[in-house]
Design a protein around this ligand. Structure first.
Ligand SMILES: *Cc1c(COP(=O)(O)O)cnc(C)c1O
Length: 399
């Protein structure tokens, strides 16, 4: 029998859906033209580009001319933050963000601080990972030019009060950017209703190809160009458009929108089953992140007394692909900055496990995990000096 393999890392990346691949293929061969060319080959590419832009716009209720294709979520984050900072530096040099952002946001902020004289406030979050709106208001200065707060967190799945943040930003005439890479395509988003100015998105988190994403720029928002060169993307993002990837992203966005209600319902059901099943069977376990303001597919457990790396290794041997939090921090021994920010002590921050659910996850997959994870945790705890001490102390207490 072939070894069972269960993919539970949809927050890191997703497989490309078959329909998406089929839509892309002709644009690698038959319709290979450069969208800027003045001939029929160019026109075919340009038409595909326009259609994809409409599909991505429709996913978040934007106008197509507010969608700019980029090489992914990271580029969109960098462009939004540096683009606004450089375009508004005469007005001020202060940026507000949070402590739990993706590195695609944190690192450009740190770069601006270190090399360009900007000042950045990193907001705390509560134990569920939500920013405090009162602290946000108090952090605003005359020099604040940008607020950048993520829509939904990639490690613990917490969704922020985006509309309220947008209102505060607007009141103070501050530009508001949100990294919605985990959110756009996984939950309903309406940029007009929310009132955000800039929003980062990515294709490979919603069953499209990697290396393609978009930045939503609300009409009239001023920011500098990030990639200089040709006149593509209405002179705001240079470089020959990656038409096959863009076409794939458009299709993925269209499918995500058409499937949204079912996607949310199915994933939420599987998530609840997994959380309940594990909490019932494994003592000394907590769920990290908010239970109410949460991405449908995100589960993040904290297991006391053990290390996340050990869990991943044993799960991998059982064919279960999971993550200890963020793909970017694996390989380093530092605990996740997100788990530290929600106030977890070092030991618990180290013993975390993210299982992210997606459109190809089945009930049987969840059952398999519920059946096997308890033994994995038990085995690791049986080798843990921390657990041994705990058991000994409990024994003495009960004497
Ligand atoms: C994956 C991710 C990114 C980076 O997107 P890429 O397309 O991989 O560059 C940024 N922010 C969040 C929240 C993410 O989950």
């Amino acid at each position: 029998m072939e070894k069972r393999r269960i993919y539970m890392d949809y927050s890191a990346t997703t497989p490309v859906k078959k329909e998406v691949v089929e839509t892309m293929m002709p644009y690698l061969t038959d319709y290979f033209g450069n969208a800027s060319s003045f001939h029929s080959f160019g026109r075919e590419a340009k038409e595909a580009l326009d259609k994809s832009r409409s599909q991505v716009a429709s996913l978040i209720n934007a106008n197509p001319n507010e969608i700019y294709f980029t090489a992914g979520g990271t580029e969109s984050d960098n462009w939004a933050i540096e683009g606004v900072a450089f375009a508004h530096k005469n007005k001020g040099n202060h940026i507000i963000t949070s402590k739990i952002e993706h590195h695609g946001v944190l690192h450009p902020c740190e770069y601006l601080e270190k090399h360009h004289g900007f000042e950045v406030t990193y907001l705390d979050v509560d134990s569920e990972g939500r920013v405090d709106l009162e602290q946000l208001k108090k952090s605003i200065k005359d020099t604040t030019i940008l607020i950048t707060i993520m829509f939904a967190n990639n490690e613990i799945g917490t969704i922020q009060p985006i509309k309220e943040i947008a209102e505060i930003a607007k009141e103070h005439k501050i530009i508001f950017h949100t990294d919605a890479v985990q959110a756009a395509g996984n939950i309903n988003i309406d940029v007009k209703d929310l009132g955000v100015d800039l929003m980062s998105m990515s294709s490979h988190k919603i069953y499209g190809p990697k290396g393609i994403g978009a930045l939503y720029i609300k009409r009239g928002t001023k920011l500098h160009t990030f990639v200089h060169g040709g006149a593509q993307e209405r002179k705001r993002r240079a470089g020959t458009e990656n038409i096959p990837a863009i076409v794939g992203y458009g299709k993925a966005a269209e499918m995500a929108k058409a499937n949204m209600d079912n996607h949310i319902e199915t994933l939420t059901k599987l998530r609840t089953k997994l959380i309940d099943g594990i909490l019932e069977r494994i003592p000394h376990t907590r769920v990290n992140g908010s239970l109410t303001h949460r991405l449908p597919g995100n589960v993040n457990f904290g297991f006391e007394f053990i290390e996340g790396e050990g869990i991943l290794l044993l799960l991998d041997m059982l064919g279960i692909a999971a993550s200890s939090g963020s793909a970017c921090t694996s390989g380093s021994l530092d605990p996740s900055h997100v788990l530290m920010a929600i106030g977890l002590p070092h030991e618990l921050a180290h013993g975390s496990l993210r299982l992210s659910i997606g459109d190809f996850t089945t009930e049987e997959d969840i059952d398999y995990i519920i059946d096997n994870l308890p033994r994995v945790i038990e085995r690791l705890r049986s080798m843990s000096p921390l657990y041994e001490t705990y058991v000994r102390e409990q024994g003495q207490l009960n004497k």
